[in-house]
Ligand binder design. Sequence first.
Ligand SMILES: NC(=O)c1ccc[n+]([C@@H]2O[C@H](COP(=O)([O-])OP(=O)(O)OC[C@H]3O[C@@H](n4cnc5c(N)ncnc54)[C@H](O)[C@@H]3O)[C@@H](O)[C@H]2O)c1
Ligand SMILES: [Zn+2]
Ligand SMILES: [Zn+2]
Length: 364
Amino acid sequence: MSWTVNGVIARAKGAPVELVQVVVPDPGAHDVVVNVQACGVCHTDLHYREGGINDAFPFLLGHEAAGVVSTVGSAVTHVAVGDFVILNWRAVCGECRACKRAEPWYCFATHNASQKMTLADGTELSPALGIGAFAEKTLVHEGQCTKVDPTVDPAVAGLLGCGVMAGLGAAMNTGAVRRGETVAVIGCGGVGSAAVAGAKLAGASTIVALDLDDRKLAWAKGLGATHVVNTSGLSHDEVVGAIREATNGFGADVVIDAVGRPETYKQAFYGRDLAGRVVLVGVPTPDMVLDLPLLEVFGRGGSLKSSWYGDCLPERDFPYLIDLFRQGRLPLETFVSERIAIGDVEAAFAKMQSGDVLRSVVVF
Ligand SMILES: NC(=O)c1ccc[n+]([C@@H]2O[C@H](COP(=O)([O-])OP(=O)(O)OC[C@H]3O[C@@H](n4cnc5c(N)ncnc54)[C@H](O)[C@@H]3O)[C@@H](O)[C@H]2O)c1
Ligand SMILES: [Zn+2]
Ligand SMILES: [Zn+2]
């Protein structure tokens, strides 16, 4: 059996996305077909479209999703038909070097579906982050499905599948923000705003939000920022100065770069206190090069970390964060700026770039 459904692909570098017919094959032994109910538009989808991740076009975009399991492969035990799940791109293998040394959030061999979804002519698609959920149905490995409370709105739950988890985890897991610490977040889109919320949950005393757009800063304030700085037109020294001014002149204990450009990384590097932590969660493009005095890297101490998916473990973190949401302690609904149809992804990219939204979410 196979299914033909509507899906959004990026056919070639920089070309507008297209709504096409996608063929979802019968699941392999450990694969699962999911009826996608909602899928957020993440900046990483745009990176794929622009060729910034790799050249394996055509991509089936979309990777921040929730839905209901509709068909399972013969050996699937982890989920059952009818389960409400958030899709994840970290189905840990349990056997790689990272898993064996008890650091599964770095797993180097995460599971994906055993078969490829294709175009009607048989062309194989590369699903974004091994998911591909701007489609009515998608095929994933059973481990990519995390069962959560089915009463939660799929548009809200799905956000944990990528950007919001990446931001929360950049603060709570990678940055390991402790109560009373000072935090600065550069770039307050879906990911950075979630980092603000994560810093608040972790008990940060000061949270400085920096962005080029006042609307993003207003959202960040609503999520817990104690100081906001519009960095548009500011020099490097002015940005660093603003972070220091908000943190008793010292710089922040943790600075999270949720943009991922050499200039924002330098702001993070110099905006942090001695022995502080820099967390890079924004994804740079292949052409970007960082140039820093090595003596400063040494002399300022502390640590420079990258955060892949907020160092999350979906099976541990998604149900817990859904609990916090249900208790009113994590306002995930704030991130859903608009609900759109599957044909509106290209327009959503434009809104993301013009700063109109935290998240556009495709609902099915
Ligand atoms: N590491 C991960 O696991 C992971 C997961 C999801 C997304 N990401 C990446 O995180 C980044 C942010 O994603 P998003 O979905 O929040 O994007 P977004 O487009 O919603 O947000 C980016 C924000 O950065 C701001 N910005 C841009 N340039 C800036 C600058 N020079 N200084 C200050 N602010 C600036 C924009 O105004 C915008 O508010 C992207 O690079 C994305 O690919 C990483
Ligand atoms: Zn592993
Ligand atoms: Zn993403």
